[in-house]
Design a protein around this ligand. Sequence first.
Ligand code: FAD
Ligand code: SIN
Length: 534
Amino acid sequence: MKHTHDSDVLVIGSGAAGLTLALQLAAQGNVTVLSKGDLNTGASAWAQGGIAAVIDPTDSAENHYHDTMVAGAHLSNPEAVKHTVKQAPTSINWLLEQQVAFTQDTSTSTGFHLAQEGGHSHRRIIHADDCTGRVVCETLTQQAIKHPNLNLLTHHVAIDLITRSKLGLPENRCLGAYVLDRKCGYISVFRARFVVLATGGSSKVYLYTSNPDGSSGDGIAMAWRAGCRICNMEFNQFHPTCLYHPQAKSFLISEAVRGEGGKLLLSNGEPFMHRFDTRLELAPRDIVARAIDHEMKRLGHDCVYLDISHRGQTFINQHFPTIYQRCLGLGIDISRDPMPVVPAAHYTCGGVWTNQHGCTDLAGLYAIGETAFTGLHGANRLASNSLLECFVYAHSAALHIEQNWQETVLLQAVPNWDETQVTDSDEAVIISHNWKELRRFMWNYVGIVRTDKRLKRAQNRINLLLKEIDEFYRYYRVSNDLIELRNLALVGNLIIHSAQQRKESRGLHYTLDYPTTQAVARDTILAPPNFEWD
Ligand code: FAD
Ligand code: SIN
């Protein structure tokens, strides 16, 4: 068994962000890409609606900028928004060069069908039917598999980053990561001149989520433990419409359904969005999710309904084939009946602080995609701006790495993972109990509507859990479940702390104790205890 693996670039994550960066850098040298499950099991492959970008001549970058700022409750960093919106058409062109087959519409000047989603003043969502993520990921994976400089390793989980400071060396820098091979249980050292976190979000910290199981905030937790700042974690986005069905785990009903006229209804068929916002079903997500939550609690109902049946079977099958088939498989014919839906945790707006090149606080470490905090999303992400951010910042970070390629980085000798003090656990069930407990109290106390009291309750519980998990981690051999639980608990703690610091309601953070929005918008920036300010 090999103890040490060396590459020029180590990319932790094989979603839209990780694969894009890897493909951009493969011509420069050898790039290792890790995925903790099979390829394409991250959130990227599940994306439905599409990618926001101004490609229609009647639209403008100013409109996209304005819509992003409004959705983000004016907390977004104007420079990050400008950068993203400006680079969007370049990213779409790059995807077209990679042969991504976006849905066409020959009746439009662009040749592509552009969808409408909440908070967008124009139709600007380029997509591949209602399975954009799958089409994009499969295309990028095909390109990556062919490339001789790319080494794609599945079922490899990064546990922690290795830094010079952790080895007691001066001039701190990221040197690589300890990585568990899930198939054989072996832990190796992966060294690299540049390390990129592309590990996705952390919505799995909530009981109900649209996300795949692996969205456990690993990158955010690893960066924090390596001394990086983490920002705006109180802003976890709840998507308004996940399918409510006992056999449908985490199945999203795309916002594009509302974009094409889908109506939200109560169980008696009564519409309700007019009571919450003049933009009705196409108000930004925080508003729609809160409206649904309010109606469900007011009436004691388990769900509300989304009805697109008036568009007829041909239209529905043409625009939403994945959703149509999935619902049909569960006995719901959406061309005739409304779909039962509930809000669910969907997207982590905060994350690892980065600059416009994807650089974190730690030299040699980059963060891109959902794991990063670029300042783009502010207090609430605009629909379909996430995949866009993955592509734009993967390009920016790749460019920065390319420009610093000649930098001499000494691949320091790194000690092997020490397992001499640990044993196999005979109480693995504790891990699954802790998982359930954490996700339930995060949902109940740190969810769509918050109060100081609820946050305090969550704080008390998480303190206990952190202690238990820390002991477990010290005495027992690590497994993927334990790694994810440890990371989720840390991320949950960061969310609670961030929420406690924000004494206002803004975007996705809504608290009954501070219902108004303050005049000045400020980010919540948490720095680890050992953080070395420049
Ligand atoms: P991911 O695609 O989640 O990939 C993370 C990768 O990191 C995976 O390969 C995973 O295995 C790996 N990983 C994680 N931890 C480790 C570790 N410790 N070691 C090794 N590997 C690790 N956004 C849009 O803009 N438009 C949409 O239409 C849209 N639809 C969505 C629909 C659904 C159902 C969901 C869940 C999200 C949707 N989003 C959408 C959001 C968007 O898909 C995600 O924000 C985006 O895809 C994140 O990409 P990523 O590359 O950052 O992470
Ligand atoms: C959706 O299709 O509704 C998801 C879009 C997004 O998360 O941006």
